[in-house]
Ligand binder design. Sequence first.
Ligand SMILES: [Zn+2]
Length: 79
Amino acid sequence: MICCKECLELLCDYLDGELDPKISASLEEHFQDCPPCIAFVNTYKSTTHISRTTMKNVEIPEVVQARLKKFIDEHKSKQ
Ligand SMILES: [Zn+2]
């Protein structure tokens, strides 16, 4: 099973459709059990959509990245 950190690392390739189908399937499996990752994907998608259509080189807002990292850290420490 893929962890949240790996999801984030694979996300670009996943959204570009460049991932191995098996890895994509593992990612999707992870998303089913991980609402924060889904939320992140949605944010990421809308951000890249905006960047592709209007602003071109916008990356994920640092606030979003920081928030997600914080969540992952908290999640980990609880386990
Ligand atoms: Zn996750």
